[in-house]
Design a protein around this ligand. Structure first.
Ligand code: NAP
Length: 480
């Protein structure tokens, strides 16, 4: 019997008024329905916004240490349930077990991190020109936050928006991605159990174009934080700014790893393979371009192909690389593989559905060589385990190719040359730059966000910077 999960609105678990649901299936075996979720409407979304607006001022007035206590208790409940949450994440999104367990741990750590921050928020005292004046700056919450999240990190991304929003005293309406909403429902259950007052968090599942649009356009929300594709993100940004809202969009990437003449080809291939094929290539920061100096090109390609061919593919539960999340995502990757070949790139390995795995949304780790910078495979986000290898003559050309895309999320260089490393750090157009490391992965206490089309570049997420979006400063002159 498949479980039907309800929306969480005003502290209650409620069904959509239409009674319609949507099935979430296992990407490793789509015949298995994991759970049903509400296929909510704009009316459900509007009810959620109303509840959030009603609850906001009392939550804002709740002392920071008390807000922090609830976040800490939530982290502890999630920690107790870590193994069930990991299983649910694998079942709905398909990630390999160590990746899923790591992501759940990240969500737990984020709740603990912002639990501490909640007590620290308040403001700063400044020196006043007049002796009888208290001059200070208060840090206040902004209001009702609308959060819209993608499926590829279905627990970490909602956590890194929700925890700072709540820590700062905002109330929240949250729409998780339709492909993997289960872990967000579990966060709501944990917050409820930890004592979050009714209405402070409201979770509504259903199509982004209905639920998300209502969250953005409803007069009751004050700020919109979106992570997802650049196409939808642009729409969300336009709608939110038209409606006069504070908005933050974090979007796609086309992340390069530059391999310099001084690099060890085996080490570089290791870095590119883990950045490109980890999480089945479904990370916004995944390495999708290896830009390789001609001196080490052949050795690097041989090493990368060998790495790709030894990856153990299968259900995420007990394999190294899981499936893509959906048939749409698989089709899109296979289409890019066709396009790359028709544009003249050489398929060095992969490119198909692995033998015996055609029931799920599996695709082989794929490497293209002879890729030219203007090919679509070198310009557009693929969002699957596909690495395009480009050959360059020197560092200058490598840097130009790395920066020659419209995205700018993460970039890395593998080099033994300190001058090159320094220049790359200074000149790479990306929100995250790494030397001798893969493009994926970032700790929770540092700012995260993109340059160029990877981000609205309005506010950063995570770390102290993550609180800025959810707070507003008020300057006070108090004469006594
Ligand atoms: P997506 O299709 O853009 O969806 C993201 C969220 O937006 C989902 O909750 C979706 O709901 C909702 N949505 C869809 N249409 C909408 C609309 N018209 N108005 C409001 N909301 C709408 O992205 P995705 O496929 O889930 O995620 C993959 C993308 O996210 C990739 O491009 C990846 O690079 C990017 N990403 C970026 C970062 C970052 O920090 N920069 C991190 C992770 C992922 P439904 O699920 O119901 O369609």
């Amino acid at each position: 019997m498949v479980e039907t999960r309800e929306n969480y609105i005003d502290g209650e678990w409620v069904a959509t008024e239409t009674g319609e649901t949507l099935d979430v299936t296992n990407p490793a075996d789509p015949s298995e329905v994991i759970a049903q979720y509400q296929r909510s409407t704009a009316a459900d979304a509007s009810t959620a916004v109303e509840a959030a607006a009603d609850a906001q001022s009392e939550w804002a007035a709740t002392p920071g240490p008390e807000r922090g206590r609830i976040l800490r208790a939530t982290g502890a409940l999630l920690e107790e349930r870590k193994s069930e949450l990991t299983d649910l994440l694998i079942a709905e999104e398909g990630k390999a077990r160590p990746e899923a367990a790591g992501e759940v741990q990240r969500a737990i750590d984020i709740f603990y991190y912002f639990a501490t921050k909640a007590a620290d928020l308040g403001g700063t005292v400044k020196g006043a020109s007049a002796p009888s004046t208290n001059l200070y700056v208060r840090t206040e919450p902004v209001g009702v936050a609308a959060l819209i999240t993608p499926w590829n990190y279905p627990i970490a991304i909602p956590a890194w928006k929700l925890a700072p929003a709540l820590a700062a005293g905002n109330s929240v309406v949250l729409k998780p991605a339709s492909q993997a909403p289960g872990v967000v429902i579990e966060i709501a259950a944990a917050l409820d159990e930890a004592g979050l007052p009714d209405g402070v968090l409201n979770v509504v599942t259903g199509p982004g174009s209905e639920v998300g649009t209502e969250f953005i356009e409803n007069d009751g929300t004050d700020l919109v934080s979106f992570t997802g594709s650049s196409q939808v993100g642009q729409l969300v940004y336009d709608q939110a700014t038209d409606a006069g809202k504070r908005v933050q969009t974090e979007l796609g990437g086309k992340n390069p790893t530059v391999v310099s003449a001084s690099a060890d080809p085996a080490e570089a291939a290791d870095i590119v393979a883990s950045g490109g094929f980890g999480t089945t290539g479904q990370s916004c920061t995944a390495c999708s371009r290896a830009i390789v100096h001609e001196d080490v090109y052949d050795d690097f390609v041989a090493e990368l192909v060998e790495q790709a061919e030894t990856i153990d593919i299968g259900p995420g539960d007990d394999h190294e690389m899981g499936p893509q999340v959906s048939d749409d995502e698989l089709d899109s990757t296979l289409e890019y593989i066709d396009v790359a070949q028709s544009e003249g790139a050489t398929l060095a390995t992969g490119g198909g559905v692995p033998e015996g795995l055609d029931d799920g949304y599996f695709v082989e780790p794929t490497v293209f060589t002879d890729v030219e910078p203007d090919m679509r495979i070198a310009q557009e986000e693929v969002f699957g385990p596909v690495v395009a290898v480009l050959q360059v003559e020197d560092f200058e050309e490598g840097l130009d190719v790395a920066n020659g895309v419209e995205y700018g999320l993460s970039a890395s260089i593998v080099t033994d040359d300190h001058t090159e490393a320094n220049r790359f750090v200074e000149e790479a157009e990306a929100g995250v730059v790494k030397v001798n490391e893969k493009t994926t992965g970032l700790e929770l206490h540092v700012p995260f966000g993109g340059f160029k089309r990877s981000s609205s570049e309005t506010w950063r997420e995570q770390g102290d910077a993550g609180l800025d979006f959810y707070t507003i400063e008020k300057t006070v002159y108090d004469n006594y």
